[in-house]
Design a protein around this ligand. Structure first.
Ligand SMILES: O=P(O)(O)O[C@@H]1[C@@H](OP(=O)(O)O)[C@H](OP(=O)(O)O)[C@H](O)[C@H](OP(=O)(O)O)[C@H]1OP(=O)(O)O
Ligand SMILES: Nc1ncnc2c1ncn2[C@@H]1O[C@H](COP(=O)(O)OP(=O)(O)O)[C@@H](O)[C@H]1O
Ligand SMILES: [Mg+2]
Ligand SMILES: [Mg+2]
Length: 326
């Protein structure tokens, strides 16, 4: 008689746009072949009435969803929830998002830090905040909230103190020192133990001369691709990205591993730049929960491997405490 292979049910609670980009037939097929059934969770119906599930993955905002998860967890404490809302919450605020980075302990000689950053809440504190941290212009004003809204990605490069005055209506925000990094950013995608680092276009460097010649006090931007007119041509940018050296794999892996544990999260990516001023120094500038994995070549394998790790560890009774603070 043919041996019956165990099948696992992973429920996903995602907004329609995310379902379209993430739940591709290629992911459904590969995970199905390997024993995982990905089941849509209806956001309009009580979670508690859906299932059974071995695991739930989710990227939804708002107290109602968190309440549903709590309710579900009290009834089905053995179902693994990836990830705990309280840990995800930390990434929805650009001030708390990067707090753990400066305490990470690495065995590598290469250092991992964050740029100088200050949280600005009121117009009165605006003029002093840059001086108090000895930050140099240009700085980037980033909305405090990183809650998935369009506005949460609307930023401004600020070239001078007068520029800061123009930002009063955008409070509260964080000001982060702009760091030259050769126009290329490294995005490290993490799904549990599975990691992939890719290169992407970033803001171009700003030299002292360029800074003196800039006419604007503030340059708003949202998507980096909108900034072509501001500097390099597409061809030059492509060449820049192609030629940029990736960070050493062992370093990227170690940062991903310690960061994931410090945050208590499994599904994330982080944006990392190489500081042009100092050798062997990288800076984390952004951390995102459940990012756009489908843009990573081979994401289907990375995610399926991760799903199997989770459900099989559970089967072997290896404690997987990710649902601890649901
Ligand atoms: O839409 P995508 O595929 O570009 O993914 C976005 C991510 O792009 P990335 O994978 O880092 O290039 C994006 O990363 P960045 O913040 O752009 O670095 C966010 O994770 C975004 O989610 P949210 O709007 O912050 O909730 C992600 O948006 P959602 O797909 O989760 O809505
Ligand atoms: N401190 C910084 N120094 C240089 N460039 C930065 C810095 N912070 C952000 N950027 C650039 O701005 C982009 C958007 O900033 P980020 O914090 O990643 O916001 P988002 O959450 O919208 O992706 C980055 O991908 C990078 O190109
Ligand atoms: Mg980013
Ligand atoms: Mg982000």
């Amino acid at each position: 008689m043919a041996e019956k292979t165990t099948r696992y049910r992973i429920g996903y609670a995602l907004e329609p746009k995310k379902i379209e980009s993430f739940i591709k037939p290629s992911l459904l097929n590969l995970s199905q072949e390997r024993g995982i059934d990905l089941i849509p969770i209806q956001l309009t119906k009580p979670l508690i009435d859906q299932g059974p599930f071995d695991c739930i993955i989710h990227k939804c905002y708002g107290p109602q969803w968190i309440h549903q998860l709590h309710e579900f967890h009290s009834q089905y404490p053995n179902v693994v929830v990836i990830d705990p809302p309280s840990a995800i919450e930390r990434l929805h605020n650009r001030s708390t998002m990067l707090e753990v980075v400066d305490n990470l302990k690495l065995s590598s000689q290469i250092s991992i830090k964050t740029p100088l950053q200050v949280f600005v809440e009121s117009p009165e504190s605006l003029s002093n905040c840059v001086k108090s941290k000895s930050m140099n212009f240009p700085v980037i004003a980033k909305p405090l909230s990183a809650n998935g809204s369009v506005g949460s990605h609307e930023m401004c490069l600020v070239f001078s103190e007068e520029g800061l005055e123009e930002l009063k209506l955008k409070l509260p925000f964080v000001l982060q020192e702009f760091v030259n990094h050769g126009g290329v950013i490294f995005k490290v995608y993490v799904a549990g133990d599975h990691i992939k680092c890719v290169k992407r276009k970033s803001l171009p460097d700003i030299s002292e001369e360029k800074l003196l010649g800039v006419c604007e006090k503030v340059l708003p931007f949202s998507r980096i691709s909108d900034l072509n007119a501001y500097d390099h041509s597409d061809e030059r940018v492509e060449k820049l990205i192609e030629e940029a050296e990736l960070p050493p794999l062992s370093f990227a892996n170690e940062v991903a591993s310690v960061l994931r544990k410090a945050l208590g999260l499994n599904l994330l990516n982080f944006d990392m730049i190489r500081d042009s001023r100092v050798g062997d120094r990288y800076l984390i500038i952004d951390i995102n929960y459940f990012p756009g994995y489908a843009k990573v070549p081979g994401y289907e394998t990375i995610l399926t491997d991760f799903f199997l790790d989770i459900v099989q560890k559970k089967k072997q009774s290896v404690v997987c405490d990710v649902s601890e603070s649901v």
